[in-house]
Ligand binder design. Sequence first.
Ligand code: A3P
Length: 297
Amino acid sequence: MAGACLLLLLLKMCGIHTEEETKNPWGWERNDSQVASEDWKQRLPKSIIIGVRKGGTRALLEMLSLHPQVAAAHSEVHFFNMEENYHKGLGWYSQQMPVSQPNQITVEKTPGYFSSLKAPERIHMVDSAMKLLLIVRDPVERLVSDYTQILHNRKARHKPYQSLEQILRRGQELNTRYKAVQRSLYAVHLARWLEFFPRKQIHVVDGGSLIREPLSEMRHVEHFLGLKPYLGPENFYFNQTKGFYCLQARGHQHCLDQSKGRPHPTIDELLLEQLCTYFSEHNENFFAMVGRTFNWC
Ligand code: A3P
């Protein structure tokens, strides 16, 4: 065992990566001489999915991973938004990336970046040409999805929990300080990114449309990233049991895990209306900033 570890370490030090490390989930074939070649290395991302949390960020990353010109970091890295990681430095950050070839672009996704105060400037300092992907979804649906995830985690840890109504109702007022409400204020967060990046460097993906028609959204993403058009109808199939599109390539089929596409609790209609009213002005601001409208509540 110790011998095997030592061998792995030596291979790494020589810039040789093992099959396990270089394999992407879709198993693009590489022969041994390619794997050992100098071309394969860990590179900093050229594109980052910055959010929004519960917007469909995992689906977007997994769909992008189907493209042979994309090398995706499959775990969320939380480099630019968490002090503990940021202070580990750029060397640590690049070690979190998958190995890639020069003709590939590395992509990472950390939805926590979008609402982080420091991430925009920090990313800009690392690469002012970074291509940013922002996937958005009806802010009320996003809030309910966010709450559903928090609820699920609390129940799993046997912690006490409240209904969304209990959290959000303060007499006649809405508790707009709730973090999941704040995270749905897209215009507020986007304003910080636009201080550092021009609008054309941020591609907005419609999360609702990615659910209904993934291929058409992904074609826009391919174009924005300057990738060869590659994805086609054969890469997506609707899974009745999951209730969502799943992915297929090279004989493999894959649906997102069960934490994606969870049933949401029923929320009081009046509260939903109150939320829609509250978000409508923020949504208008967001539409003006991105130069397009979305069919939200
Ligand atoms: P719900 O679980 O509330 O339905 P994120 O990956 O950013 O956490 O986003 C999760 C959301 O992605 C899910 O929210 C789901 O609606 C959405 N989604 C989009 N495409 C999906 C797909 N093909 N399979 C599963 N979930 C998908």
